[in-house]
Write a protein that binds this ligand. Structure first.
Ligand code: A3P
Length: 314
C-alpha cells in the first residue's frame, strides 16, 4: 500500500486493545480506542505518522508560545485555505508559503519538531478540541475553528479518501455515507462539532469561528474579522489582496507552482489533489435525494440543541 519508508517507529498494538468492526462489505477492520477516537490499527503500525497514543500525551503537555495560533477543523472543511490566509495576515507578506500545511499538522509530527519554526507559528489539527495542549486554555492562546456544512464535508472527504494511503476508502458513496454519518473518521463530524460548540459556549478558549461558506461568499469581510481577531491590523487594500490570492483558483495554482511538497513526502500524490472543486453545495452532485433526506434527519436529531448555523447551498 505505501512504498516510502516510515519516518517514525512503527507502533505495536496489543491484542487486548484491538476492536474488530465489520465494514459494509463484511470485511473486518481492526481499530483501537485512542482517547475516545477510533483509530485504525494500521495507522499506528505503519509509522508514517507518530504513534498517536504517545503523541496525544506529548501534545497535551506541549510548551506553547504566547503568540501561537491553533487552527482547528474537521477534515475537508477549508483548513488549507484558512491556514494560507492566516499566514499572509501574520507575516504581512503577500506570498504563498512554500511549506505545505501538513508540515505543521499536529497529529503528523511530534511537538518538538515545531521547536525551530519561527514565530508566529500557525499549527493546525483535525483533532477534537479537548486534545489541544493544556496551555491553549491556560494561556488563552488564539484558536481558529473552521466550519463547513457537513454535506459538502462528507462528499469532499469521500473523494479525498479514495486517494489516501493513510485512511484509504475503497467502497462506494453509499458505503462511505453510512460510515461517515455514524463513526466518521476517527471522530464523527457531529461529535467534533458539538464538542467545539461547547468549547465556544464555555468561553474557556480564545476562539474565533469561521464558516467556509461565509469566507466563500464574503471573503473580504471574513478575512477582516480574522485579522481583527489575530490582532494583525492589516488595511483594506492588503486584505483584498489576500482574498484574491487565496481564491480557489489562486491556491490551486500555488499548490502546483509554489508548494514544496517534497517537504512532506508521505501522501505526496494526495497533496497534489487537495484542491478539488472549492464550491458550496457540490454535495448535490454526489448525494442522492434519499441520502440527503436521511442526512437531514440525522442532522436535525444530532444537532437539535446546536445554535451553529450551516449554509448548504450557493
Ligand atoms: P472540495 O473537495 O469540496 O473541493 P481542507 O483544507 O480542510 O482539507 O479542505 C479541503 C476542501 O477545501 C476542498 O473542498 C478544497 O477544494 C477546498 N478549498 C481549498 N482551498 C479553497 C479555496 N481557496 N476556496 C474554496 N475552497 C477551497
Amino acid at each position: 500500500m505505501e512504498e516510502s519508508k516510515p519516518k517514525y517507529t512503527p507502533g505495536e498494538v496489543k491484542e487486548e486493545d484491538i476492536v474488530r468492526i465489520p465494514d459494509m462489505k463484511g470485511n473486518i477492520k481492526e481499530v483501537i480506542d485512542v482517547e475516545g477516537m477510533v483509530v485504525p490499527c494500521h495507522i499506528i503500525r505503519n509509522g508514517h505518522i507518530p504513534d498517536m497514543r504517545e503523541n496525544l500525551k506529548k501534545i497535551r503537555t506541549m510548551k506553547c508560545r504566547d503568540d501561537d495560533i491553533f487552527l482547528c477543523a474537521y477534515m475537508r472543511s477549508g483548513t488549507h485555505w484558512v491556514w494560507e490566509i492566516a499566514n499572509m495576515l501574520t507575516t504581512g507578506k503577500l506570498e504563498y508559503l512554500t511549506k505545505p500545511k501538513e508540515s505543521v499538522m499536529m497529529e503528523f509530527h511530534y511537538p518538538e519538531e515545531f521547536d525551530n519554526i519561527p514565530s508566529r507559528r500557525i499549527l493546525n489539527t483535525h483533532l477534537p478540541l479537548r486534545l489541544l495542549p493544556t496551555e491553549v486554555k491556560e494561556k488563552k492562546l488564539k484558536v481558529l475553528l473552521v466550519q463547513r456544512n457537513p454535506k459538502d464535508v462528507t462528499v469532499s472527504s469521500f473523494y479525498f479518501l479514495q486517494k489516501a494511503k493513510m485512511m484509504p476508502f475503497q467502497g462506494n458513496f453509499e458505503e462511505f455515507f453510512m460510515m461517515f454519518t455514524t463513526l466518521g473518521l476517527m471522530v464523527s463530524w457531529f461529535d467534533y462539532t458539538l464538542e467545539a460548540e461547547q468549547a465556544v459556549k464555555d468561553k474557556e478558549l480564545d476562539i474565533h469561528v469561521l464558516y467556509y461558506e461565509q469566507l466563500k461568499k464574503n471573503p473580504v469581510s471574513t478575512i477582516k474579522g480574522l485579522s481583527e481577531f489575530l490582532g494583525t491590523d492589516r488595511d483594506d487594500e492588503y486584505i483584498a489582496k489576500v482574498a484574491e490570492m487565496c481564491s480557489f483558483k489562486g491556491m490551486k495554482k500555488a499548490n502546483e507552482d509554489v508548494k514544496n511538497i517534497e517537504e512532506y513526502m508521505f501522501e505526496k500524490d494526495l497533496m497534489k489533489g487537495h484542491y478539488r472543486k472549492g464550491e458550496i453545495g457540490d454535495w448535490k452532485n454526489t448525494m442522492t435525494v434519499a441520502q440527503s433526506e436521511q442526512f437531514d434527519e440525522i442532522f436535525s436529531d444530532r444537532m437539535k440543541d446546536s445554535s451553529f448555523k450551516f449554509d448548504f447551498s450557493k
